[in-house]
Design a protein around this ligand. Structure first.
Ligand code: ATP
Length: 434
C-alpha cells in the first residue's frame, strides 16, 4: 500500500466536503457569497464533536474554569473601548488595472488577478460589520457584529465573580461566532467573514502572569497534539517584541503547516490589565477584584488563548486526508480523523437490505450502540462501496450484520485505518469501538 503525494490537497478537500455533506459554499444557488460557508449533515456532527472536545478539555475537566455564552451584538461602546472602532483594520491596496483590492502581504510584485504591477497607496479599512438596533428612523443606534468573541467575557467578569464560587486564579471560556469583513477571504474556511472562535480568558494576580502564561502555552500545544496526527506540522511562533500591541508583554501563535505555509491556529496572549482597565474607563463601572483572603484590591491580569474553530476543523481535514494506492489503479480516499471528532463512531450495515431477519438484527445493534455513540445506518449497495463512503467521511468502524449473525450473534467489524476485519460478539462491540 503506497501513499500518494498530492499537490492539490486543498482542492480535493473542498471537493470531498461538497460531495459528502461536510461543508457547502453558502448561498450556492445564488452564486455564493465570498467568505461564508455552511456545514452539512456530516460536517455539523464533526463541528459539534470538535466544540464538545474543546469544552470537555477546557471546562469540564477543570475546577477553575466556567463557561458563558454571550451575544453577537453588544453595546456599541464595547468596540470603542476595545479599540476596534478606531483601529481594527487591514491595509488595503487596489490594483489600477482590474480594481480588485488586496492586503499588501497577499501580493508579491503583481496583481494576482490581472498581472498589472500598479497599485494605489495602502489605505486602512475597518473589518467590523455594522448594523442597527431599534426600528424607528432617527432613534436607531449603530451597532456592530462582534469582531472577536472574547469581549463578552470581559463584560461578564464581574457578574461571574459575583455569581459563582470562583476566585482568582480562574478562567472564563466561551465558544462563539465572530464576524470580520475580511478584504481577502479565501483558502476555503481558513479566512472567512463569519466564523467561530474558542476563547479562554484566564484571570490572575499580576505577580503570577509568567507562570500561567507558560502553563497555558503548554496546555494548548498539548491539546492540538492530541487532536492532530502529524505533530511535525505544529510549532510555536513568538511575536517579535516590536510588533506587540503596546499593552501586551508577550504573545505566541500556535501555527500549523498548511499547503500554503505556516499559518496561525491559535493565539496565546499576555494581555496585562488592558481589557478590564479599558472597560472600567469607558463604562465607569469598577471592575477591580478584591482578594477574599488578603483583601488586596487589584485589576486582574489576563492570559488569553483564542483559536478558530472552523480553522481547526480545516487543519484537521488537512491532517487527516489521505489517498492510498491499493494497487491496480485502486485509490482509496480516507479521512484518518480523531475518532472523537468523526461524525459517526460506527456505521451499521445489514449485509442485505431486503432480508427482514438481517435488517431487524441490524436495528438491534443500531439501537444498542446509539445509546452511547452516534452511529449511522447504511443498507444500500455492495459492502465495498459502503466501506469507501464511510472511509471518505472518516467513520472509524463499519459493522456488518450477516447470516452468521443470526446463527451465533457475531458481527464483522472493519477498521478504517488498517482495513482489517474481525469477527466479534455483539456484546463485545461497546468495548471495541469505545
Ligand atoms: P490572522 O492573522 O490569521 O488573520 P488574527 O491574528 O487576526 O488571525 P485573532 O484575532 O488572534 O486572529 O483570532 C483568533 C483566532 O481566530 C485565530 O487564531 C484564527 O484561528 C481565528 N480566525 C481569525 N480570523 C479568522 C477568519 N477570518 N476566518 C477564520 N478564522 C479566523
Amino acid at each position: 500500500m503506497g501513499f500518494m503525494e498530492n499537490k492539490n490537497t486543498l482542492d480535493n478537500i473542498v471537493a470531498l466536503c461538497k460531495r459528502r455533506g461536510i461543508i457547502y459554499p453558502n448561498s450556492e444557488i445564488y452564486g455564493g457569497l465570498g467568505g461564508f460557508y455552511d456545514y452539512g449533515p456530516v460536517g455539523v456532527e464533526m463541528l459539534n464533536n470538535l466544540k464538545r472536545y474543546w469544552w470537555k478539555n477546557m471546562v469540564d475537566k477543570r475546577e477553575n474554569i466556567v463557561g458563558i455564552d454571550g451575544t453577537i451584538i453588544t453595546h456599541p461602546k464595547v468596540w470603542k473601548a476595545s479599540g476596534h472602532v478606531e483601529n481594527f483594520g487591514d491595509e488595503v491596496v487596489e490594483c489600477k488595472g482590474c480594481h480588485q483590492r488586496f492586503r499588501p502581504e497577499d501580493i508579491e510584485d503583481k496583481c494576482p488577478n490581472c498581472g498589472k504591477k500598479e497599485f494605489t497607496e495602502p489605505r486602512s479599512y475597518n473589518l467590523l460589520f455594522q448594523t442597527e438596533v431599534g426600528v424607528i428612523e432617527g432613534s436607531k443606534v449603530k451597532a456592530y457584529l462582534r469582531g472577536e468573541a472574547c469581549q463578552n467575557i470581559y463584560l461578564n467578569f464581574k457578574n461571574v465573580v459575583d455569581s459563582t464560587r470562583q476566585q482568582i486564579p480562574f478562567g472564563i471560556a466561551q465558544i462563539g461566532k465572530a464576524f470580520r469583513n475580511e478584504v481577502t477571504p479565501g483558502r476555503f474556511t481558513f479566512r472567512s467573514r463569519e466564523f467561530e472562535q474558542w476563547d479562554l480568558q484566564f484571570f490572575v494576580h499580576p505577580d503570577d502572569m509568567g507562570k500561567y502564561f507558560e502553563y497555558w502555552k503548554e496546555e494548548r500545544m498539548k491539546f492540538y497534539k492530541e487532536l492532530y496526527r502529524k505533530h511535525e506540522n505544529l510549532r510555536f511562533y513568538q511575536h517579535p517584541k516590536d510588533k506587540l500591541a503596546f499593552y501586551a508583554k508577550d504573545a505566541y501563535d500556535i501555527e500549523y503547516l498548511t499547503p500554503w505555509g505556516w499559518a496561525e491556529n491559535e493565539g496565546i496572549h499576555w494581555r496585562c490589565d488592558y481589557d478590564l482597565t479599558q472597560h472600567m474607563k469607558f463604562s465607569g463601572t469598577d471592575l477591580t477584584y478584591t482578594d477574599p483572603i488578603t483583601n488586596e484590591k487589584y485589576i486582574p491580569n489576563i492570559v488569553e488563548t483564542s483559536g478558530g474553530v472552523g480553522r481547526t476543523f480545516l487543519y484537521l481535514l488537512l491532517d487527516a486526508y489521505e489517498e492510498e494506492d491499493l494497487g491496480e489503479g485502486n485509490i482509496r480516499t480516507v479521512l484518518k480523523i480523531h475518532k472523537d471528532i468523526a461524525a459517526y463512531r460506527a456505521a451499521i450495515f445489514p449485509l442485505v437490505g431486503n432480508k427482514e431477519e438481517i435488517v431487524n438484527k441490524a436495528r438491534e445493534v443500531f439501537n444498542l450502540l446509539s445509546d452511547s455513540y452516534k452511529v449511522v445506518w447504511d443498507g444500500r449497495g455492495n459492502i465495498g462501496k459502503r466501506y469507501r463512503y464511510q472511509d471518505e467521511i472518516g467513520t472509524p468502524y463499519c459493522i456488518t450484520i450477516d447470516y452468521e449473525t443470526l446463527e451465533n450473534g457475531t458481527v464483522t467489524v472493519r477498521d478504517r485505518d488498517t482495513m482489517k476485519q474481525e469477527r466479534v460478539k455483539i456484546e463485545d462491540l461497546d468495548e471495541i469501538i469505545g
